[in-house]
Ligand binder design. Structure first.
Ligand code: MN
Length: 339
């Protein structure tokens, strides 16, 4: 347990399963934050929302979970200039250069197969706390690292039948909380991530949370409905090496857009996939998936970077904002690159 401190704490975290559960583990370990700051998956710069007025004379402990340091570096450096602020950062995204300060502690591991809640869990365990592994397992399922989740659950030494049941409910909950963080604005999601975190704060037992929070059944129903809508989608243009999809401007499509991209990419390993997600201002967010079954395929990130606000990784990349008058140019390049 943390020793009682007069310092105020603020939790800043990604609004998906991993972010919410990471800060919950810190809360269960004895920290009650004066403020929680979170958002949807697409809200990358969360540190800017910590009000300077919170930094009282006793100082401030900032715990940041599952958000990228690189996207928040300016705000972090500004805060570290205040000698009463201490920052602890847990994350698994590529951070870029990490600031050096005696008041900055980072637990950032970018290796595959981990997620932030696993890092928090390990840190607490190392300090002698006994965090419940079922929470971090739920987060790991949500972040799509099921091997790590299974490994954590194996430490519980449950009878096989019981473990399988637990695995299934934690997997579903992790995936549902993750799904709940996707959208363009809070109007798109069933529960604001802040509400999810506040609900969760009352539960020490993850199974009680699943059964009693009232969050899981409505999310399950909405996901089912969204998936029904998704089944009817076909590409607007499909050629031998690539398929292009345009999603409708509806809330379900904003929630399921990236799930859809991954699903199509998995189903068609020899074909590149691009998906246009319409945004409220008339422009498009674009997801690009390179054909993972073709070793010689050009990286999706190279194509994405040909356009402003584009970037990503070799297999999965994107353009944050493609103006409507650039759609034609993008389509042309996409089918040229992936012939
Ligand atoms: Mn994560």
């Amino acid at each position: 347990m943390n020793s009682p401190s007069k310092k105020r704490s603020v939790f800043v975290f990604n609004g998906d399963a991993d972010g919410i559960i990471s800060q919950h583990l810190l809360h269960l370990d004895g920290i009650t934050p004066a403020l929680r700051v979170t958002g949807l998956k697409r809200d990358l710069r969360l540190l800017q929302h910590v009000p300077e007025s919170l930094v009282g004379e006793e100082g401030l402990d900032l715990c940041v979970c599952d958000i990228n340091l690189g996207d928040n570096r300016d705000d972090l450096l500004r805060m570290l200039r205040n000698p009463t602020i201490r920052v602890t950062w847990y994350d698994h995204h590529e951070p870029g250069e990490v600031p050096r300060s005696s008041r900055f502690r980072s637990h950032i591991v970018t290796a595959r197969g981990t997620c932030t809640a696993l890092l928090v869990h390990a840190d607490l365990a190392r300090k002698g706390s006994e965090p419940d592994p079922r929470w971090a397992a739920m987060a790991a399922f949500g972040d799509n690292v099921p091997e790590a989740a299974d490994a954590l659950l194996a430490t519980l030494a449950l009878p096989a039948s019981e473990r399988e049941g637990l695995q299934e409910s934690l997997r579903e909950a992790g995936e549902l909380l993750n799904y709940n963080a996707y959208g363009e604005s809070l109007d798109d999601v069933l529960f604001a991530p802040l509400h999810v975190a506040e609900c969760m704060s009352a539960f020490r037992d993850p199974v009680a949370f699943l059964q009693e929070s009232g969050l899981i059944a409505p999310l399950r129903a909405q996901l089912h409905e969204d998936e029904q809508a998704m089944i009817g989608l076909s590409p607007v243009d499909s050629r031998s090496g690539a398929s292009l999809y345009a999603l409708p401007g509806e809330a379900w499509a904003r929630r399921l857009g990236s799930t859809f991209a991954n699903r199509v990419a998995l189903a068609e390993p020899d074909r590149a996939v691009a998906i246009l997600h319409p945004l409220h201002d008339g422009s498009f967010q674009v997801s690009v998936r390179a054909p993972h079954g073709r070793k010689d395929a050009p990286p999706a990130s190279a194509l994405a970077r040909e356009f402003p606000s584009g970037g990503g990784r070799a297999l999965a990349a994107g353009i944050n904002r493609l103006p409507p008058d650039a759609v034609e140019a993008f389509t042309k390049r996409f089918f040229e690159v992936y012939k």
